[in-house]
Design a protein around this ligand. Structure first.
Ligand code: GDP
Ligand code: GDP
Length: 439
């Protein structure tokens, strides 16, 4: 199973989003603006001791009667129980146990998933004494912390990380495996249509295999003499009539599909351009080390196309994708079956790019020359000297640069080195990591 997910639940104002932000550090979250009684729901990826996991803040409710709270709480808990591997049930030591806490506790005690009771706002020793009352809620695992200062968060994260099996942390394909391609994007961009267009080619389907979670369907295809697996979440619709819940589930599922994939085909709606939410999904996929192809779909709806239209569109799009703009962009029309096979071909190409291993001798020949022609800046009167480069044996490409002052190589120079790698070797569509180590 790929992709471990932690959900934070609790009544309003206990500190859920404060903890969420702390777990993500300053990384960008996907925020789902929901109106009415609920506040934003958030998704993101956190790291702890080399293990990475998804975090969902199922949101809160800003106002409403007791009935509304009751209903919203049930919804929040249901989403968390459906989607997460572990639930963090957050309470507030400053206010003590409330009726809402009791109600939530009752729902959560029935959860088949592990529930950690997180007693927040334990900012000092007096609070610690008062906080003991929370044992009465009847949860086996209780953590006392202050989301604000971060104290106690280490113990909580250790306990979460302990639940993540080693293989949860894989970054994708094993050697000799069949490429796994996920179709992702916001609602209505054309994901199901694309899938149907491909499935329409029945002869290409080898077999259906269950996804690693019940939320995804894996279909084994053979096209262009190549095998691949398409991961689909689009076809699945949970039984909910509430539009905002539907979108919430669809984002969570997109994240799960990403976790299971080597390659993401990210669909955009050409008529809308790239939105902030699209960019969030894109950077999440990049952070997860997935190879990416951007499909600008519904291209048929763009009128008055001129010679430069695609070129200009692509240029503007890539400016928004920067700094990771070395990504294939394909203009598709699923309804008119334009370039949908090209999209798959590109997906398979970036899959190969992601597996690329550059020979150390070749890498050094090229990169040391590039370093020679543009030296890293001098720090505190000492020149930075990079002596040797090697590609690490990781699934997603990573490079180690050995040098005298590894901590002093700053972003602009890192960007230069990454560009040089990309100019000399084909890593299009693939996020790459650079590490600097003391020689
Ligand atoms: P949410 O509604 O559960 O997401 O709660 P928020 O994260 O928005 O926090 C509600 C309020 O509690 C904010 O004013 C936070 O600054 C405050 N808060 C969060 N964590 C702590 C903490 O550990 N100690 C104290 N004293 N206040 C906190
Ligand atoms: P999903 O929510 O991402 O799975 O999107 P759907 O596949 O359900 O498509 C949403 C709507 O967009 C449907 O009405 C499709 O017929 C339409 N659509 C999908 N692809 C295209 C396309 O390339 N061109 C046009 N004009 N419409 C499209």
């Amino acid at each position: 199973m790929a992709g471990f997910t932690v959900a934070i639940v609790g009544r309003p104002n206990v500190g859920k989003s404060t903890l969420f932000n702390r777990l993500l550090e300053q990384r960008k979250a996907i925020v789902d603006d929901v109106s009415g009684v609920t506040r934003d729901r958030q998704y993101g990826v956190a790291d702890w001791n080399g293990k990475s996991f998804n975090v969902i803040d199922t949101g809160g409710f800003v106002h409403g009667s007791d009935d509304v709270f009751e209903r919203e709480i049930r919804k929040q808990v249901k989403i968390a129980m459906d989607e997460a591997n572990v639930l963090l049930f957050m309470c507030d030591a400053a206010t003590g146990i409330t009726d809402l806490d009791d109600n939530m506790a009752e729902l959560l005690r029935r959860s088949s998933k592990p529930v950690f009771l997180v007693v927040n706002k334990v900012d000092n020793n007096n609070r610690m004494l008062e906080a003991n009352e929370f044992y009465s809620l009847g949860f086996e695992k209780v953590f006392f912390m202050s989301s604000m200062s971060g104290s106690g968060s280490g113990e909580l994260l250790d306990a979460v990380a302990e639940l993540i099996p080693e293989e949860e942390n894989t970054e994708g394909a094993e050697e000799g495996e069949i490429p796994k391609i996920a179709i992702i994007g916001q609602p209505n961009v054309g994901k199901s249509s694309l899938l149907n267009a491909l499935i329409g080619e029945e002869r290409n389907i080898v077999s259906d295999i269950p996804g690693t979670t019940r939320d995804t369907i894996h279909t084994h295809y053979k096209m262009f003499q190549k095998d691949f697996i398409l991961i689909d979440t689009a076809g699945l619709r949970r039984k909910t009539k509430v539009q905002e819940d539907l979108e919430f589930y669809s984002v969570i599922r997109a994240i799960k599909a990403m976790d299971e994939a080597d390659v993401c085909l990210l669909l955009l709606d050409a008529t809308k351009g790239i939105t902030a939410q699209d960019l969030n999904i894109f950077s999440l996929a990049a952070r997860k080390g997935k190879a990416i192809v951007v499909l600008v779909n519904k291209w048929d709806l763009i009128e008055d196309k001129k010679t430069n239209t695609t070129r200009d569109y692509e240029k503007q799009l890539k400016e928004r994708l920067a700094p990771f703009s070395n990504v294939p962009v394909i203009f598709t029309s699923v309804t008119e079956k334009q370039r949908i096979f090209k999209a798959i071909e590109e997906g398979l190409r970036v899959y190969e790019n992601r597996k690329r291993k550059v020979q150390t001798s070749k890498l050094n020949e090229v990169m040391l020359k590039a370093i020679e022609s543009f030296h890293p800046p001098v720090v505190r009167g000492i020149p930075i000297k990079i002596k040797y480069v090697t590609q690490l044996p990781t699934y997603t490409p990573a490079f180690a640069f050995f040098c005298n002052l590894p901590d002093d190589v700053k972003q602009p120079y890192r960007n230069y080195l990454e560009n040089q790698i990309r100019t000399n070797f084909d890593f299009e569509g693939v996020p790459i990591k650079l590490f600097f180590r003391k020689k």
